[in-house]
Design a protein around this ligand. Structure first.
Ligand SMILES: Cc1ncc(COP(=O)(O)O)c(C=O)c1O
Length: 391
């Protein structure tokens, strides 16, 4: 391997949400990696910082070229750089879409369990969350779509927007083309628009590729927009840089207007530089090595949980560096469980209850860290469970 992902970072004094919130517990929660970013990004930022003038900056054509290059070469999907709207991050883009594409008190559909901020992006704007709960097969650990329920909820005239998570956080489902076409067709039939959050798209299992929602059909391009970003892939969430792709000019204009009205359409002078340095051929080399490392972490964690802990079960996943773990044999109160683990087991995971759906008896483990740290976290988890839950 050309890159070293085993190095344990010291994030003390950097205002790290992940570390500071966890206190003296090992932080295995929020989706940011304890792995240094691609060196090409660091060099580009250092070089920009060395310039000494940090005036207002806009999205140059090179920024758009970087995105189109990446999606064409890595995801076999062509769009024009003019189809992009810059946004400081994905969450504000989703909130802008909710404000622009729906009216107060209308329903926004999400498939749960899902990234918790989807709930607040909807409710904070006075809209109503409608959950299409994913079906869970306890034997296989696999999640699938409840199509009858989806169709019923989309056909409610109050439902005007669906926020799709593609690939899915936390279950790790990669939605295939057929599924995406079917979702798009159902939404079109019911006058529902789609925002597809694709922030986890680059980190997939070996041999597995995500399918961009907009690539799946002409209908999807007509009714949908996608939120994309290098921040999860390259561990640069603190830089604040993202984009909305909208191939339908009317939707693009709407998103552009709202993102600007919400004042989340102007990046800082590092936002564009970071994205431009990430989506490059050398960035792809780094990413492929990282994917191998993260996949080995997943296999390690799944095996460790099965062989050494046993009473909990890791859900099989095809995407992201997040591991969704079924703890239903020992708890139906994931918040009490994770609080206890934090305070007494000295390791902190996300409580599944925040994700809706059947999340109350699950925890989410962030696997994106050096193997040594992951091992320590799993040992703490095992020790805690052995002490408290074994007869
Ligand atoms: C599905 C999903 N969307 C969005 C975000 C956050 O994106 P941003 O930092 O660009 O707002 C996350 C972070 O974990 C996520 O998992």
């Amino acid at each position: 391997m050309k890159y070293d992902f085993d190095k344990i970072p010291d994030r003390t004094g950097t205002g790290s949400v992940k570390w500071d919130f966890a206190g003296d517990a090992l932080p295995m929660w929020v989706a940011d990696m304890d792995i240094e970013t691609f060196p090409g990004i660091k060099e580009a930022l250092v070089s920009r910082a060395a310039h000494g003038i940090y005036g207002y900056t806009y999205d140059t054509p090179a920024w758009g070229d970087a995105y189109t290059y990446w999606w064409r070469t890595r995801h076999s999907f062509d769009f024009d750089k003019e189809d992009l709207v810059f946004a400081t991050a994905v969450v504000p883009s989703i909130a802008s879409a909710v404000r622009k594409l729906t009216a107060i008190s209308e329903n926004v559909l999400i498939q749960t369990p899902v990234y918790p901020v989807f709930f607040s992006s909807i409710t904070n704007n006075g809209r109503t969350v409608v959950e299409n709960k994913l079906l869970y097969d306890r034997e296989t650990g696999l999640y699938s779509i409840d199509w009858d329920d989806l169709e019923k909820k989309l056909s409610d005239p109050q439902t005007t927007l669906m926020v799709l998570c593609n690939p899915q956080n936390p279950t790790g489902n990669i939605w295939d083309k057929e599924t995406l076409v079917r979702i798009g067709d159902l939404c079109e039939k019911n006058n529902v628009r789609v925002v597809s959050d694709e922030i986890h798209c680059d980190i997939t299992a070996p041999g597995k590729e995500y399918v961009p929602f907009l690539s799946a059909s002409e209908t999807n391009r007509k009714i949908g927009v996608a939120c994309i970003s290098p921040t999860k892939t390259f561990n640069i969430a603190g830089i604040q840089t993202a984009a909305v792709v909208a191939m339908n000019p009317d939707l693009r204009q709407k998103m552009h207007r709202q993102i600007n009205s919400d004042d989340v359409g102007e990046g800082n002078c590092f936002s564009y530089v970071a994205a431009g340095a990430a989506f490059t051929p050398e960035g792809a080399v780094w990413l492929d090595e990282l994917r191998e490392y993260l996949w080995a972490n997943r296999v390690f964690a799944q095996d460790y949980i099965r062989d050494n802990i046993g009473v909990i079960k890791a859900v099989p996943s095809d995407a992201s560096y997040l591991c969704w773990v079924d703890c239903s044999d020992i708890t139906d109160d994931s918040r009490a469980f994770t609080d206890d683990l934090k305070n007494n087991g000295k390791v902190f995971f996300n409580p599944g209850v925040d994700f809706g759906g059947n999340g109350e008896s699950f925890i989410r483990i962030n696997l994106a860290c050096p193997r040594q740290m992951l091992t320590e976290a799993l040992e703490r988890l095992k020790h805690h469970i052995d002490k408290k839950y074994r007869k």
